[in-house]
Ligand binder design. Sequence first.
Ligand SMILES: [Zn+2]
Length: 301
Amino acid sequence: MKYYLGFDIGGSFIKYAVGNPGELPIMQDKIPTPTDSIEGFIHTFHQLIGRLLKEYGSKDLQGIGIATPGTIDRKSGLLKGVNPNLPWWVDIDPRIVVPPEYRKIALCDNDANLMALAEASGKKGMVLGITVGTGIGSGYVIDGAIYHGSKGFALELGHTKVVAEGAICNCGLKGCVEAYSSVTAIQKLAAGLDAKYQELELSGIIKAQAKDAALKKGIRQAEKYLALALANAAMILDPDSIVLGGGAMDGGLYDLARIRRHFRANTQKSYHHIQILPARYGNLAGVMGAIGLASLAMNNE
Ligand SMILES: [Zn+2]
């Protein structure tokens, strides 16, 4: 059976899947991401790929796709952007994780771009995909192809501004929507309101807001900022649909119906046709997008 390998590199886990585009994977699993050094990271990857090739047959492998945090400079092919969990994962061609003999059938892209690619499969036209988790990532797919901009840096929706001179963001700038509406921002907000919230995971914070009016108000404000960022993006891109996923959406931090209402309140009627939809593939979107990317390249040859 012919198959593709898809990988999704995260700060905590490397997710992987064996499968074909447009279908749920034949198998999927994850291993902890080695965070000590680039050498250990590459070694683990080579071992994992070797094991998968042994099990599924190297002859039937059609391509390898890799979803990575950070942005890939389209001119140099090198990874840009800082990942706090993987400080050495920068200024490097991400395909280095693939054994040399398979590199020519390997492709990589930003994880949010590949989430958008997976979520756009089976949908017509233009799809804006957004993940709201530790950070806010986004990707734009036009008729099945990822839009990269002139150099690869398009769709940094998380770092578009919703407040002039606002809160300081991880990127060093101020007022980005990520600094207000990401899970990290909500954890910071909760800890600032009450020290007892400091150790809480997202689910604990969501529970706590039911009995804490100030916390609830802060979360609702963050939800408005997120909707505002969607409205701004819609007015620039005019997509057919916007797909929202990531830990904040899956966990129930924000409500899709309220986001739709705020979106409409901040856009003209001509944008009200845009569907705002929940993501279908959750955690699997990265590996499925990676498989989709690898298959697109093979079919274009
Ligand atoms: Zn920012």
